[in-house]
Structures are given as C-alpha cells and as structure tokens.
Write a protein that binds this ligand. Structure first.
Ligand code: 5AD
Length: 299
C-alpha cells in the first residue's frame, strides 16, 4: 500500500528514503510477480510519423532517413525472437494511420503462426476502427503513453491540435476493445515539476493500466528541446518503485531510455520494482534511424 500523502516525500526525500522505497518495491514485485524478469521483443516497425512532438527524434519535421519494415521483415524479426524463447512481440512505430491499417494482415499472420504469443502494438493515436481491426486480427496489448496528465503541460510538449483528452479517449477505447493497456510518461520532460508527476501518478492510479512505460527525457539534436537538460535516472527509479507499490500487478519495463542515461540502468530498474525488459529485434540496418533521443543504446 502507498498513501497519497506520502507520495511527494517519496519523490523528494533523501537517499535513504529512496533506498527504502526501492527495497519495498522489489519485495512487492517478488511477492506479486515472482522472480522472473519478462523479456519482450521490440520491433521498431517504422519511423514515419505524422506528428511533430517537440521532444521526439522521429518528429515529422526532423530530417532523418525514413523506413517502414515490410511484412516479411517483421515476421523474420518475430521468428528470431521466438527462436530465442521470447513470447511477446512489441510492434512499435511512428503514428501513421494508413500504414497502421496495412498491418492488419501482418498481425493476422503473426497470430496464426504463434497462437500462444502476446502481440503488443504501440502505434500512437489511430481511428477507433483501426484499433478494432487490429484487435480482431489478434493483437492483445497496446502501449500509448499519456506523456503528461496535466493538459497545459501536455500541450506544451506537443504541437497545436494534439490534446491530452484525445489521448485519454484512445486509452479508454483500447481498454473497451479488450486490449491490455499501457500508459506512462517521460520523467524530467521540459516544464515538468513534482506537481505534474503527482498528477501522473493519480491519473495512473485512477486508470489502473496493465502496463506502465516510464523513462527519463533525453534531449535529441534537431528538435526544439535539443538544449534542455535530461531527466533524472534516480527520479525515474523512484517512480518505477512507487508505481510498483501503487499497481502491484502491472507489468513495468526497465526502459531503454533509463539504460541510455544510467550504466546498468536495466538492472537498477529491476531492483526498483520493474519486471520487464524490452530487447531490440529491429533489423540492424534500420536501428540507427529509430533515434528517438541522443545516444539510444540497444541493450
Ligand atoms: N527522450 C525520452 N523519451 C522519448 N520519447 C520520445 N522522445 C523522447 C526523448 N527525447 C518516448 C516518448 C514516446 C516514445 C515513442 O518515446 O515517451 O511515447
């Protein structure tokens, strides 16, 4: 259990507060989720994106070579992962509704070929009909970070026209369609204060996501936030731990962004209550193009 009144102290307290929090979270994780660390195969399907999020390295207006994997390439990545013993595939990409719709037959093939696998999608805000078609095709989980629970802060991270309300409506619809649903945010994004993080925690407590993705903000060259400071790895670990205590059953990865900022970041995440790692299965020749932030590691 975790008390609402304690949250701020847990985020801002001294080193021993943090150590105690991490210990409680890993004990809770062991008791509820067991000793295994779950491995996911991350297939970065496409870096084509219609959005222009101010923080993101694959935003539309940034000059990067674009790619989209074809069906055979996706199935090859999944085969490699399956042969490595991985039983959850995560197809992630920029927001590209027309191309996402073309994934329906691919997801169908994945479902036929690997009936026992979990198929997770992370493709942004799509028409509800597309979410439904992908679900019918066999996808059963969807990750859509809310990025900030505060509407004004959300607006400051995104171009005009993108609204928190729309994002939350997508999350509700995904849940209604029977997807296991994931949300989350960057830690230390420009303009974010402790108050915003408390709002993020309250939103997730209310929504009760099945999965939670959080990682530190890391500036990327050629974006409006290129000169902003990176978020704190330590604050990210505190949030992982708090979320483990708040939502004990949730699947929480130790993210690549955390590992990019902190040596042995994945291990630190696990020791703070995370229970998932996402290993990159994107073909080697495309990996560098999925450069969401500076120095992204492939561990
Ligand atoms: N730093 C950290 N995470 C980022 N993301 C995008 N850009 C960055 C960045 N500069 C995360 C966002 C988004 C996902 C695609 O990657 O949270 O949801």
């Amino acid at each position: 259990m975790i008390r609402e009144n304690d949250l701020e102290a847990l985020l801002t307290g001294d080193k021993s507060t943090a150590e105690d929090l991490f210990r409680r979270a890993r004990e809770k994780c062991l008791a509820v989720k067991g000793p295994e660390v779950l491995v996911r195969a991350l297939v970065e399907w496409s870096n084509v994106c219609r959005n222009d999020c101010l923080y993101c390295g694959i935003r539309r207006s940034r000059n990067v070579p674009r790619y989209t994997l074809g069906e055979e390439e996706i199935l090859d990545c999944c085969t490699r992962a399956w042969n490595d013993g991985v039983r959850t595939f995560v197809l992630q990409g920029g927001e590209n509704p027309a191309a996402a719709l073309r994934l329906v037959p691919t997801v169908k093939k994945m479902r036929e070929r690997w009936p026992g696998a979990a198929i997770t999608l992370s493709l942004g805000e799509l028409p509800f009909t597309t979410y439904a078609l992908l679900r019918e095709a066999g996808a059963n989980r969807y990750l859509l970070r809310h990025e900030s629970a505060n509407p004004a802060h959300y607006a400051s991270l995104h171009p005009a026209g993108m609204r928190l309300e729309t994002r939350l409506a997508c999350l509700q619809e995904l849940r209604r369609l029977g997807y296991e649903t994931g949300m989350g945010m960057m830690v230390g994004s420009p303009g974010q204060g402790v108050g915003h993080l408390l709002e993020d925690l309250r939103l997730m407590q209310a929504f009760q996501p099945d999965m939670i993705g959080i990682g530190p903000f890391i500036p990327q060259e050629g974006t409006p936030f290129a000169d902003r400071p990176a978020g704190s790895a330590e604050m990210t670990l505190r949030l992982i731990a708090i979320l483990r205590l708040m939502l004990p059953e949730a699947n929480i990865p130790a993210t690549t962004a955390l590992a990019t900022l902190l040596p042995e970041g994945k291990k630190a995440g696990i020791l703070a209550g995370a229970n998932v790692v996402m290993n990159v299965y994107t073909p080697e020749n495309e990996r560098a193009k999925y450069d969401l932030y500076k120095g992204k590691v492939n561990v």
